[in-house]
Write a protein that binds this ligand. Structure first.
Ligand SMILES: [Zn+2]
Length: 1239
């Protein structure tokens, strides 16, 4: 409507400006009369009925719309070329009238706000009692944008600043009881027990982990089999699977590996397989395959398609990489799988069916879940603790149905094949004796540069030796087959970057063909062999057991649990990599958060662009950025990426790629936020070179530098010139109230929200992080904190106004206290802050309305936390711990953790400085000890951030030698049997227990997002924003590792130590919860975070975007354009238990250049149902709980859902067409995937 009006006015104005001005005058007089009357009525009758108020509201709205029209008319005239000829007298008179009207508009806005508030209370008498109800203050969002008519701005400047009508002190409302999990979900939680035949937790309890020498099969036993087990009538089926394992980065970078190795493999396999239809080959990593595909011509592409169609060439798993399963978050694990599957589906029409994961260092049941729901029937794993392998092998249970531990019915059962031996290389895949198997790796023939470490060379198969050779390897194959239930044996034939040329293919294929032929010619040997793929093997097992794929083969046991921590030999536990390269692990999670947030906002912006047919929205550019960002995250999920186990220059390469991906995602978020806020979206203009109109929330100069916040320029603004805008974006689907921070160049400010209401702000000084305790505070830059209140998926404009000192009594200057310990006195002076220096040793406390924390005056470290709602004081003594590495034999490296004994305190001496910053919105204490700058913050916020303690660290262990550092939190939780819980991939909690028989390093587990200790009455959780190792080595204590610096290699192929440490940020929340109902079972197998724990974790991982205005003018060609105060992307927030995992924009296949990076008019909606422990209260949450239902048509505002189809997780198969408007019941723990067509 505005567009039409504007067009009309333009024609009008150029035709007859002067007469219009006269008409204006009369009209303004009339309007002025109406508005004054409305104001008077509203003021006289504060208690009018709802109906009357509605009428008034409409009146006021009508008035404002009219005013908008007038502004536009005046603006058009001001731009008109005839402007110089205008009657200046008339113009001046008009301005003064407009100025008068504007003042009244401000008054009217106030009244409208009051009416709105009263209407709200009438319509919703229960009200949001727990929300902060900030005082109503004359709005500042009426301030005009830069570039608008100058006279208007002057009128605004002349307006005296209104004095806020509030009490000065900041007070925050008490928590209400909070939402409660539905009875159905509580019932489900109470019944969520695994019914599996094998429980890994019980295996850990019963196995001796004694590692006896098994002879030729060191970790096993002397395998034998009855002579008549296989006969001419009952043959053993040998499926030999040629494969290659291509790490996308490890010793070389992804690109160098591609150019020097992977490309040659992919170039070679096609002609070789075409020679003989019996030849087969398997490949896995789509990051490589898609690259190669982009370089080959159409005829080669057709030949590859033919090989896929006839089953000679298989792509297993089909993920972008073979993902790590310890540190990776399930968002990223799934996203890299979607990226690979979507590429395969759109380019080749191919759908992988079998999972192949031979190299990740331990396995998570989360991956089994993701594959199951991606329509996979079967999967294979390899690196499992040798004692577990041996036990399962003894019981012929290496093939099992992997069941989620929270699934009593077995709907998640996934056929899993576990390889039995030490490695996936040829010496460890034909049978239990590597010295023999190695002789059948024909790449190692004496004529080649490769050798067998057992000093017996392979021999090429000839007619003279074939009988002996065939019988020798058949013996191994048969021994291997005895470890499984069926008469099919899988024999992988490959290794890292194998088959780089025709020659190796020839050696392997031709020699094995001779062996197979000999078996065929001698049926009494009871065996037949063939080349195959992984799916061929599974198909053979299904056929033999007469099982429909996807069902349980007869006699296969079910199993629940995970396979961490992995040991490949002796006490060599691979638990160091949970923490190696923490800076990149941190960057990974930051990228993931930005990517997810960008996906959602881009999908919804794109839908609006389609609906309004806006050609100015840069769809293709945004899609390109999106893809770059996705692939950067996907690549890093590789098991030498996020694990921190690549060479320094490769880590550097990953870091740069992630930083690029992060910039792309941030640009999408910044651009889409600005686009969405444009009242007239046609005025939005994308300029790649200009940078976004709104700055990024934080920047990193390089991939290994600390994040910095941009500074909002306020200082040079005129007082009350209108305020500098800051855009906030909440990418969670639930409402959140929390303290956010923006950096400014001026301390005295007023912050106003989208409704023009003034908010309390707290100004804090900043110190240069890199200088530690010796740096004086930074002059001229300040951290301004305020409580933001955003509903789910809201993009909201806040304004920061320049004030003079003391002008705004909602502007609180924080107080600084320095407790100088044993460093030279820091002579801190500031014109803004009062800085007090003390030298006391007495304990001190920080307190909010919700929590009180006591700290040692000597060390500055946390001692206890009191929850003020129930008065319970929780012991929470925090100490920093350290490990060295063993003096003899093998030492710790990138993979292995081989400590020199129990943890020792990191520092026994006093910190050099304790710095305390206090204010009404929150207080913090920062201590500086050797290697660690550690801050504990309490937010006086009614949101989840007010319910827990916020810990942020900067760890810098450069200069040390063989040092690993972490924190240990001593609590009074009575976990007497040392059971605790840590998460798997942020997807689920896994029960853990300390066992001394595992050695210290065997008791360290991955913690991607969370760990907790609990007893019958309480739970203490450490929520983490990045992955690291976690342990419960001391009763009642949680250890979280920070960083490791290791001076040597640990003999797993990397060939270097870990010495590229940098100052590394990490963030945690400590949550202390008291049960409202006591529980009988304190260590159940399936345990769930509380509602509060879940929302707190999500808020930590997905911080609010705070994007200050970057100074670029809005609108096309610098024209002014109105920015709305708020855009709500949801019709209403999702219930607390429903997590919006993604809304992933789908792109056309890149096969044809015309469609490349053109978005499809659909997105993949992923929603997760998070069940919660019902024994904890959920105070501070403003979301409401539901029953796990979601209606895709009812989620997003202002976009139309035209079609929705429930699909498998990676969209490889459609499961059901969803009738529009139908709600879907999502079972607890499950992820719903719906392809939605939006416009
Ligand atoms: Zn690998």
């Amino acid at each position: 409507m505005c567009l039409i009006l504007r067009g009309t006015v333009e024609i009008f104005a150029t035709k007859n400006s002067l007469s219009i001005l006269r008409w204006f005058e009369t009209y303004i007089d009339l309007l002025y009369h109406i508005s004054s009357t409305a104001t008077a009525v509203a003021l006289k009758e504060p208690m009018v009925s709802t109906m009357k108020r509605l009428t008034l509201l409409w009146g006021a709205l009508l008035f404002m719309v009219t005013m908008l029209m007038l502004y536009m008319m005046l603006d058009t005239m001001a731009m008109s070329p005839r402007q110089g000829k205008m009657d200046t007298e008339v113009m001046n008179m008009l301005e003064s009238k407009l100025s008068k009207v504007e003042k009244d508009m401000n008054n009217n806005r106030l009244i409208v706000q009051q009416i709105k508030a009263e209407m709200g209370s009438l319509l919703n008498p229960a009200g949001d009692a727990q929300q902060v109800q900030p005082p109503v203050v004359a709005g500042a969002d009426d301030v005009k944008k830069p570039g608008e008519i100058v006279q208007m701005n002057q009128a605004v400047v002349e307006k005296p600043m209104p004095k806020p009508r509030v009490e000065e002190a900041y007070s925050v409302a008490a928590h209400s009881k909070g939402p409660e999990t539905s009875a159905d979900v509580c019932k489900w939680v109470s019944e969520a027990k695994s019914t599996a035949d094998i429980n890994i937790h019980n295996l850990f309890s019963s196995l001796a982990f004694d590692n006896p020498n098994g002879g030729a099969w060191t970790q096993g036993w002397k395998v034998s089999y009855p002579k008549d087990r296989w006969t001419a009538d009952k043959k053993l089926k040998i499926i030999l699977v040629p494969h290659t394992h291509c790490d996308p980065g490890w010793i070389k970078t992804y690109e160098v590996y591609y150019r020097t190795e992977t490309k040659h493999i992919l170039d070679s396999f096609v002609p070789k397989l075409e020679e003989n239809s019996k030849y087969k080959f398997m490949f896995t990593e789509m990051s490589y395959f898609s690259w190669w595909w982009s370089e080959i011509d159409d005829s080669l592409r057709e030949r590859v398609k033919k090989l896929i169609r006839n089953g000679q060439f298989e792509i297993s798993t089909g993920g972008w990489v073979m993902t790590d399963e310890a540190n990776a978050h399930y968002y990223a694990m799934l996203d890299q799988l979607i990226e690979g599957h979507q590429w395969l589906n759109s380019t080749l029409g191919y759908v992988p069916k079998s999972g192949w994961s031979i190299d990740p260092f331990g396995y998570s049941s989360t991956m089994a879940y993701l594959l199951k729901r991606s329509n996979f029937n079967s999967m294979l794993i390899q690196r499992v603790h040798y004692s577990i392998k041996k036990h399962l092998a003894k019981n012929t249970e290496l093939e099992f149905m992997w069941r989620q531990h929270w699934d009593p019915k077995g709907s998640t059962d996934m056929y899993t094949h576990m390889m039995p031996f030490y490695s996936y290389d040829v010496p460890h895949t034909c049978g239990p004796e590597p010295a023999i198997c190695c002789q059948f790796d024909f790449r190692r023939l004496p004529s080649s540069p490769y050798r067998c470490p057992w000093h017996i060379d392979p021999k090429a198969i000839t007619s003279l030796n074939v009988a002996e050779r065939a019988r020798t390897i058949l013996d191994q194959w048969k021994k291997k087959a005895t470890l499984y239930k069926t008469n099919v044996v899988l024999v992988p034939l490959g290794d890292d970057f194998r088959y780089q040329g025709r020659e190796e293919f020839d050696l392997q294929f031709e020699n094995y063909e001779k062996i197979f032929r000999y078996l065929d010619e001698n049926p009494e040997l009871g065996a037949q062999g063939k080349f195959g793929t992984l799916s061929d093997y599974f198909a053979a097992v299904y056929e033999e057991t007469k099982t429909k794929p996807g069902r349980t083969p007869t006699d296969f046991p079910s199993l629940s649990g995970d396979f961490f921590s992995y040991a490949d030999r002796d006490d060599h536990y691979w638990s160091g990599y949970y923490t190696s390269r923490p800076l990149q692990k941190n960057l990974d999670r930051v990228l993931e958060h930005n990517l997810r947030s960008a996906e959602i906002i881009l999908s919804l912006s794109q839908a609006r662009a389609w609906r309004e047919k806006l050609a100015n929205f840069p769809s293709r550019l945004m899609a390109r950025k999106m893809e770059g960002s996705r692939r950067a995250l996907a690549l890093f999920q590789h098991h030498d990426g996020i694990t921190g186990t690549a060479k320094d220059h490769v880590v550097e390469d990953y870091g740069k790629r992630m930083l690029d991906g992060l910039h792309e995602a941030k640009r999408i978020v910044a651009e889409c936020s600005a686009f969405l806020l444009h009242e007239d979206k046609k005025m939005y203009n994308y300029l790649e070179s200009d940078g976004p109109e709104y700055g990024h929330d934080e920047t990193r100069q390089s991939h290994n530098s600390l994040p910095e916040k941009p500074v909002l320029r306020v200082k040079d603004m005129l007082v009350s010139s209108g305020g500098a805008p800051v855009i906030l974006y909440n990418s969670l689907a639930q409402p959140r109230v929390e303290v956010v921070s923006v950096h400014t160049d001026w301390p005295y400010v007023k912050v106003t929200g989208p409704d023009g209401v003034s908010l309390h702000s707290q100004v804090e000084p900043l110190w240069p992080v890199e200088k530690g305790p010796d740096g004086g505070l930074i002059l001229g830059v300040y951290s301004v904190k305020f409580v933001a209140n955003l509903t789910g998926l809201a993009v909201t404009k806040y304004l920061v106004h320049k004030m003079e000192s003391g002008q705004d009594n909602l502007n609180h200057i924080s107080q600084v206290t320095l407790l100088n310990k044993n460093s030279p006195a820091v002579d801190e002076k500031s014109p803004v802050f009062q800085i007090e220096t003390k030298s006391e040793d007495a304990d001190f406390t920080l307190e909010t309305k919700f929590l009180k924390a006591t700290f040692s005056g000597i060390t500055g470290r946390l001692k206890s936390v009191t929850s003020l709602s129930d008065g319970v004081t929780h012991k929470s003594e925090l100490e920093f711990i350290q490990y060295g590495t063993r003096a003899h034999k093998d030492k710790s490296g990138a993979y292995l953790f081989l400590p020199d004994g129990e943890a020792r305190p990191l520092v026994t001496d006093r910190p050099s400085l304790i710095r305390i910053v206090k204010g009404p919105l929150g207080s913090e204490v920062t201590i500086f000890t050797a290697y660690i700058q550690h801050t504990v913050r309490l937010h006086n916020s009614p949101g989840t951030d007010g319910s827990s303690l916020d810990i942020s660290n900067i760890v810098d262990i450069r200069g040390s030698r063989n040092l690993e550092v972490g924190m240990r939190l001593h609590t009074d939780v009575k976990n007497s049997d040392q059971t605790f819980y840590s998460d798997l991939n942020g997807f689920q909690m896994q029960r853990r227990k300390y066992y001394s028989k595992l050695t210290l390093q065997g008791n360290v587990y991955p913690m991607p997002t969370m760990a907790y200790l609990q007893d019958e009455s309480s739970r203490v959780s450490v929520l983490s924003s990045q992955s690291s190792g976690v342990a419960n080595l001391v009763k009642g204590a949680i250890d979280v590792m920070f960083d490791r610096r290791l001076n040597q290699d640990d003999n797993r192929g990397l060939g270097q130590g870990v010495l590229d440490n940098r100052p590394t940020p990490s963030r945690y929340r400590l949550l202390f919860e008291t049960r409202h109902t006591k529980v009988q079972e304190t260590a159940p197998e399936a345990s769930f975070p509380s509602l509060l724990g879940q929302q707190s974790s999500l808020a930590l991982i997905h911080p609010m975007f705070v994007m200050p205005h970057a100074g670029r003018k809005s609108g096309a060609q610098g024209q002014k354009s109105n920015l709305m105060n708020q855009v709500l992307l949801m019709k209403s927030p999702l219930p607390c238990e429903m997590h919006l995992l993604n809304l992933r924009l789908l792109l056309h296949s890149s096969v044809t250049a015309e469609l490349d990076h053109i978005p499809r008019e659909s997105s993949l909606l992923l929603v997760r149902h998070l069940p919660s422990d019902c024994s904890f209260p959920a105070a501070s949450l403003t979301c409401t709980t539901g029953n796990g239902q979601v209606n895709p048509a009812d989620i997003f505002a202002d976009v139309e859902l035209r079609r929705s189809t429930i699909t498998s997780l990676t969209m490889t198969s459609d499961l059901a067409e969803l009738k529009l408007g139908t709600a879907v019941q999502v079972p607890p723990m499950e992820i719903l995937a719906v392809k939605v067509e939006l416009s």
